[in-house]
Design a protein around this ligand. Structure first.
Ligand SMILES: [Zn+2]
Ligand SMILES: [Zn+2]
Length: 129
């Protein structure tokens, strides 16, 4: 089940910028450190009366993009749970599974190097079209 279907309301966006990190930041989705020089998405929004600052690494943005295209939305902070749940359902290809594994490993190889940015998998709508 897509998490977006259970969402009660949506965020009020205050600002959304793609930035290059000048110092390291924690990704709000996978929790890895976004290293200086890496691009990430910086967003400020109001959710349930609170102002949130949300930073998303370039890898997690791919997962978000896929959820948006496949399911029509995503929940801030729940991208990993959502992608894992989709893989669990088993109705998706290896490229979707790859995203789930990537997030689980925080997009890092054993030697600590960061994975290349994955490609956005095709949605099931595209695959059957
Ligand atoms: Zn879905
Ligand atoms: Zn991330």
């Amino acid at each position: 089940m897509c998490m977006i279907y259970d969402a009660d309301g949506s965020v009020v966006m205050l600002g959304q910028d793609k930035r290059k990190a000048r110092k390291s930041h924690r990704c709000s989705e996978c929790r890895r450190s976004i290293q200086p020089g890496e691009e990430y998405m910086d967003e400020r929004f109001i959710w349930q009366g609170e102002i949130n600052q949300h930073r998303t690494c370039r890898h997690c943005l791919v997962v978000r993009d896929w959820l948006l295209a496949e399911c029509g939305g995503y929940l801030y902070g729940y991208v990993y749970e959502d992608i894992r749940e989709h893989v669990h359902e088993g109705a998706y290809g290896v490229d979707v599974k790859f995203l789930s594994i990537g997030m689980e490993r925080r997009w890092q190889r054993r030697d600590g190097r960061v994975w290349p940015t994955p490609r956005t998998p095709k949605t099931t709508h595209e695959a059957t079209a």
